[in-house]
Design a protein around this ligand. Structure first.
Ligand SMILES: O=C(O)c1ccccc1N[C@@H]1O[C@H](COP(=O)(O)O)[C@@H](O)[C@H]1O
Length: 217
Protein backbone atom coordinates (compact mmCIF):
# COMPACT_ATOMS: atom_id res chain seq x y z
CA UNK A 1 0.00 0.00 0.00
CA UNK A 2 1.24 3.50 -0.82
CA UNK A 3 1.74 5.84 2.14
CA UNK A 4 1.94 9.54 1.41
CA UNK A 5 2.94 12.02 4.09
CA UNK A 6 1.86 15.47 3.01
CA UNK A 7 2.72 19.05 3.94
CA UNK A 8 6.50 18.65 4.25
CA UNK A 9 8.32 21.96 4.63
CA UNK A 10 11.70 20.98 6.10
CA UNK A 11 14.36 19.16 4.01
CA UNK A 12 15.65 17.07 6.93
CA UNK A 13 12.11 15.87 7.65
CA UNK A 14 11.71 14.65 4.06
CA UNK A 15 14.70 12.36 4.51
CA UNK A 16 13.61 11.15 7.95
CA UNK A 17 10.06 10.41 6.76
CA UNK A 18 11.37 8.55 3.70
CA UNK A 19 13.60 6.47 5.98
CA UNK A 20 10.60 5.59 8.17
CA UNK A 21 8.86 4.05 5.14
CA UNK A 22 6.79 6.66 3.29
CA UNK A 23 6.38 5.89 -0.41
CA UNK A 24 5.38 9.47 -1.30
CA UNK A 25 5.95 12.95 0.09
CA UNK A 26 3.56 15.84 -0.53
CA UNK A 27 4.54 19.49 -0.94
CA UNK A 28 1.81 22.11 -0.70
CA UNK A 29 1.98 24.59 -3.58
CA UNK A 30 -1.21 26.42 -2.52
CA UNK A 31 -0.13 29.92 -1.38
CA UNK A 32 -2.97 30.30 1.16
CA UNK A 33 -1.96 27.17 3.07
CA UNK A 34 0.14 27.40 6.26
CA UNK A 35 2.11 24.48 4.74
CA UNK A 36 2.94 26.35 1.53
CA UNK A 37 6.43 25.81 0.14
CA UNK A 38 8.34 27.64 -2.57
CA UNK A 39 10.16 26.00 -5.49
CA UNK A 40 13.44 26.55 -3.60
CA UNK A 41 12.09 24.68 -0.56
CA UNK A 42 10.93 21.75 -2.70
CA UNK A 43 14.31 21.67 -4.46
CA UNK A 44 16.06 21.58 -1.05
CA UNK A 45 13.85 18.72 0.15
CA UNK A 46 14.45 16.73 -3.03
CA UNK A 47 18.20 17.40 -2.83
CA UNK A 48 18.20 16.04 0.73
CA UNK A 49 16.51 12.87 -0.54
CA UNK A 50 19.08 12.48 -3.31
CA UNK A 51 21.88 12.67 -0.72
CA UNK A 52 20.25 10.03 1.48
CA UNK A 53 21.79 6.55 1.55
CA UNK A 54 18.63 4.45 1.41
CA UNK A 55 17.48 3.65 -2.18
CA UNK A 56 13.90 4.36 -1.10
CA UNK A 57 14.81 8.04 -0.57
CA UNK A 58 15.73 8.41 -4.22
CA UNK A 59 12.74 6.52 -5.58
CA UNK A 60 10.10 8.06 -3.36
CA UNK A 61 7.25 9.88 -5.16
CA UNK A 62 7.39 13.64 -4.81
CA UNK A 63 3.91 15.09 -5.20
CA UNK A 64 3.07 18.79 -5.53
CA UNK A 65 -0.39 19.74 -4.24
CA UNK A 66 -2.13 22.47 -6.25
CA UNK A 67 -5.60 24.00 -6.20
CA UNK A 68 -7.34 26.09 -8.84
CA UNK A 69 -4.22 27.34 -10.55
CA UNK A 70 -3.12 27.35 -14.20
CA UNK A 71 -1.53 24.61 -16.28
CA UNK A 72 1.38 26.89 -17.06
CA UNK A 73 2.08 27.56 -13.37
CA UNK A 74 1.85 23.86 -12.44
CA UNK A 75 4.09 22.86 -15.35
CA UNK A 76 6.71 25.47 -14.46
CA UNK A 77 6.82 24.45 -10.81
CA UNK A 78 7.00 20.73 -11.65
CA UNK A 79 9.81 21.20 -14.16
CA UNK A 80 11.86 23.53 -11.94
CA UNK A 81 11.48 21.58 -8.71
CA UNK A 82 11.72 17.94 -9.84
CA UNK A 83 8.29 16.84 -8.64
CA UNK A 84 7.18 13.43 -9.97
CA UNK A 85 3.46 13.92 -9.44
CA UNK A 86 0.73 16.54 -9.17
CA UNK A 87 -2.27 16.42 -6.83
CA UNK A 88 -5.15 18.64 -7.92
CA UNK A 89 -7.07 19.57 -4.77
CA UNK A 90 -9.38 22.28 -6.12
CA UNK A 91 -12.25 22.39 -8.61
CA UNK A 92 -10.25 21.24 -11.63
CA UNK A 93 -12.43 19.79 -14.40
CA UNK A 94 -11.78 16.60 -16.40
CA UNK A 95 -10.86 18.85 -19.38
CA UNK A 96 -8.26 20.61 -17.22
CA UNK A 97 -6.77 17.23 -16.24
CA UNK A 98 -6.65 16.21 -19.91
CA UNK A 99 -4.76 19.37 -20.85
CA UNK A 100 -2.39 18.97 -17.89
CA UNK A 101 -1.63 15.42 -19.00
CA UNK A 102 -0.65 16.75 -22.44
CA UNK A 103 1.63 19.31 -20.82
CA UNK A 104 3.20 16.84 -18.34
CA UNK A 105 2.94 13.37 -19.94
CA UNK A 106 5.47 11.70 -17.60
CA UNK A 107 4.01 13.02 -14.37
CA UNK A 108 1.48 11.19 -12.18
CA UNK A 109 -1.79 13.13 -11.99
CA UNK A 110 -3.83 12.63 -8.83
CA UNK A 111 -7.29 14.21 -8.73
CA UNK A 112 -8.53 14.90 -5.23
CA UNK A 113 -12.24 15.05 -4.52
CA UNK A 114 -13.43 16.79 -1.37
CA UNK A 115 -16.46 14.64 -0.76
CA UNK A 116 -19.62 16.65 0.02
CA UNK A 117 -22.06 13.78 -0.36
CA UNK A 118 -22.19 10.22 -1.57
CA UNK A 119 -23.84 11.43 -4.82
CA UNK A 120 -20.85 13.71 -5.32
CA UNK A 121 -18.64 10.60 -5.50
CA UNK A 122 -20.18 9.75 -8.87
CA UNK A 123 -18.30 12.69 -10.46
CA UNK A 124 -15.07 10.68 -10.20
CA UNK A 125 -16.21 8.63 -13.20
CA UNK A 126 -15.58 11.63 -15.48
CA UNK A 127 -11.89 11.72 -14.54
CA UNK A 128 -10.94 8.10 -15.15
CA UNK A 129 -9.56 8.65 -18.66
CA UNK A 130 -7.45 11.66 -17.73
CA UNK A 131 -5.82 10.98 -14.37
CA UNK A 132 -3.71 8.16 -12.94
CA UNK A 133 -5.02 8.15 -9.40
CA UNK A 134 -7.92 9.50 -7.35
CA UNK A 135 -7.83 10.82 -3.78
CA UNK A 136 -10.77 11.26 -1.44
CA UNK A 137 -10.63 13.96 1.22
CA UNK A 138 -13.29 15.30 3.59
CA UNK A 139 -15.13 18.47 2.61
CA UNK A 140 -14.68 21.63 4.65
CA UNK A 141 -16.59 24.81 3.69
CA UNK A 142 -13.69 27.20 4.42
CA UNK A 143 -10.51 25.17 3.89
CA UNK A 144 -9.24 23.29 0.87
CA UNK A 145 -7.32 20.63 2.74
CA UNK A 146 -5.22 19.68 5.73
CA UNK A 147 -8.35 20.05 7.87
CA UNK A 148 -8.14 16.91 9.99
CA UNK A 149 -11.76 16.05 9.16
CA UNK A 150 -12.55 12.41 8.45
CA UNK A 151 -14.83 10.74 5.90
CA UNK A 152 -17.50 8.18 6.73
CA UNK A 153 -15.32 5.13 5.91
CA UNK A 154 -18.10 2.58 6.31
CA UNK A 155 -20.48 4.35 3.92
CA UNK A 156 -17.66 5.00 1.50
CA UNK A 157 -16.81 1.32 1.41
CA UNK A 158 -20.32 0.54 0.25
CA UNK A 159 -20.54 3.32 -2.34
CA UNK A 160 -17.09 3.75 -3.88
CA UNK A 161 -15.33 1.39 -6.25
CA UNK A 162 -13.59 3.45 -8.93
CA UNK A 163 -11.78 1.95 -11.90
CA UNK A 164 -8.57 3.61 -10.77
CA UNK A 165 -6.16 3.30 -7.86
CA UNK A 166 -7.05 5.70 -5.09
CA UNK A 167 -5.78 7.28 -1.86
CA UNK A 168 -7.83 7.70 1.29
CA UNK A 169 -7.13 11.06 2.99
CA UNK A 170 -8.86 13.24 5.56
CA UNK A 171 -8.07 13.26 9.26
CA UNK A 172 -6.07 10.02 9.30
CA UNK A 173 -3.85 9.57 12.35
CA UNK A 174 -1.76 6.78 13.91
CA UNK A 175 -4.69 6.30 16.31
CA UNK A 176 -7.46 5.86 13.75
CA UNK A 177 -5.62 4.34 10.77
CA UNK A 178 -6.32 0.71 11.65
CA UNK A 179 -10.00 1.44 12.23
CA UNK A 180 -10.17 3.13 8.84
CA UNK A 181 -8.40 0.27 7.06
CA UNK A 182 -10.58 -2.31 8.73
CA UNK A 183 -13.55 -0.68 6.98
CA UNK A 184 -12.17 0.30 3.61
CA UNK A 185 -9.40 -0.86 1.27
CA UNK A 186 -7.77 2.03 -0.57
CA UNK A 187 -4.60 1.60 -2.65
CA UNK A 188 -2.91 4.26 -0.58
CA UNK A 189 -3.31 6.52 2.43
CA UNK A 190 -2.42 10.19 2.77
CA UNK A 191 -1.77 11.91 6.10
CA UNK A 192 -0.99 15.51 6.94
CA UNK A 193 -2.30 17.19 10.10
CA UNK A 194 -2.57 13.83 11.92
CA UNK A 195 1.21 13.48 11.99
CA UNK A 196 2.39 16.99 12.81
CA UNK A 197 3.25 19.26 15.76
CA UNK A 198 1.97 22.32 13.94
CA UNK A 199 1.20 23.04 10.25
CA UNK A 200 4.26 22.05 8.21
CA UNK A 201 6.27 20.76 11.17
CA UNK A 202 5.89 16.98 11.12
CA UNK A 203 5.99 14.99 14.33
CA UNK A 204 8.46 12.21 13.53
CA UNK A 205 7.34 10.18 16.56
CA UNK A 206 3.80 10.15 15.17
CA UNK A 207 5.09 9.19 11.72
CA UNK A 208 7.11 6.34 13.29
CA UNK A 209 4.03 5.22 15.26
CA UNK A 210 2.00 5.20 12.05
CA UNK A 211 4.45 2.79 10.38
CA UNK A 212 4.56 0.66 13.53
CA UNK A 213 0.75 0.36 13.37
CA UNK A 214 0.86 -0.50 9.67
CA UNK A 215 3.33 -3.35 10.32
CA UNK A 216 0.61 -5.21 12.23
CA UNK A 217 -2.06 -4.56 9.66
O1 LIG B 1 -2.46 20.57 3.85
C1 LIG B 1 -2.84 21.64 3.36
O2 LIG B 1 -2.59 22.72 3.92
C2 LIG B 1 -3.59 21.64 2.07
C3 LIG B 1 -3.91 22.85 1.49
C4 LIG B 1 -4.60 22.90 0.30
C5 LIG B 1 -4.99 21.72 -0.32
C6 LIG B 1 -4.69 20.50 0.25
C7 LIG B 1 -4.00 20.43 1.45
N1 LIG B 1 -3.70 19.22 2.06
C8 LIG B 1 -4.29 17.96 1.73
O3 LIG B 1 -5.36 17.68 2.61
C9 LIG B 1 -5.52 16.28 2.73
C10 LIG B 1 -5.89 15.82 4.12
O4 LIG B 1 -5.20 16.43 5.12
P1 LIG B 1 -5.42 15.99 6.67
O5 LIG B 1 -4.73 14.65 6.83
O6 LIG B 1 -6.88 15.93 6.95
O7 LIG B 1 -4.73 17.05 7.46
C11 LIG B 1 -4.25 15.66 2.20
O8 LIG B 1 -4.56 15.01 0.97
C12 LIG B 1 -3.33 16.81 1.91
O9 LIG B 1 -2.64 16.57 0.72
Amino acid sequence: MRVKICGITQPEQSLAIAALGATALGFICVPTSPRYVTIAQIQAAIAALAEGNAPISKNIDKIGVFANTTISEISQIVKKSGLTGVQLHGDETPEFCQQLRQSLPQVEIIKALRVRSLEHLQTTIHYTDYVDTLLLDAYHPQQLGGTGQTLDWHQLNQQFSPGLPWFLAGGLTPDNILTALSQIKPNGIDLSSGVEHSPGNKDLDKVALLFQKLENW
